[in-house]
Ligand binder design. Structure first.
Ligand code: CTP
Ligand code: ZN
Length: 155
């Protein structure tokens, strides 16, 4: 590991989300529902040099792991992210996820007349049509949304 990466020290137990496109670390925390009040120790590294991607962000969360469902959601804003589960200072699991084929309940349909915006009982359901660039489609009214719209909704 280079000295630059040691900007933030290694963690004992928790999750390291690496290879996040630069500037999106906060959006990653947002999809995980972490705002600081939970008490986890969180380190954000933003706009550091990366061999693979120019600049990247890294998020380190001590004391909390990330499950498969959350890992899937992270791909919506960080398609190439690597999710490292850390135990006793070692990487015990390294996950690279794909955009899920169905995304339920987290995003809103931008079409005001969509049933999901009018029936209080309805949950949103989007299906993935393209991973890179990201495009997903409302399963009810076929409105498509792009990565920019997803980020806007998450932030
Ligand atoms: N990491 C950490 N604390 C640990 C172990 C690892 O914060 N106890 C961080 C590393 O700094 C790195 C990420 O977790 O940002 C992944 O660690 P590792 O797999 O050792 O690094 P690389 O081999 O560089 O990962 P990749 O191949 O995914 O780029
Ligand atoms: Zn819709």
């Amino acid at each position: 590991m280079s000295d630059k990466e040691l900007l933030v020290t290694k963690i004992n137990y928790g999750t390291v989300i690496d290879h996040i496109p630069s500037g999106r670390a906060l959006a990653v925390l947002r999809v995980l529902g972490i705002n600081g009040s939970e008490g986890y120790r969180v380190a954000l590294v933003m706009n550091v040099e990366s061999k693979k991607m120019g600049r990247k962000d890294i998020v380190k969360i001590s004391g909390r792991t990330v499950d498969e469902k959350e890992s899937n959601l992270i791909t919506l804003i960080a398609p190439n992210a690597t999710i490292n589960i850390i135990k006793d200072y070692e990487v015990v699991k390294k996950m690279k996820m794909k955009v899920p084929s169905v995304i339920r309940g987290i995003l809103k349909c931008p079409n005001p007349s969509c049933i999901t915006n009018n029936d209080p009982e309805a949950f949103t359901k989007f299906v993935s049509i393209s991973e890179n660039p990201l495009r997903i489609k409302c399963d009810y009214c076929e409105t498509t949304i792009t990565e920019a719209e997803v980020i806007k909704q998450v932030l």
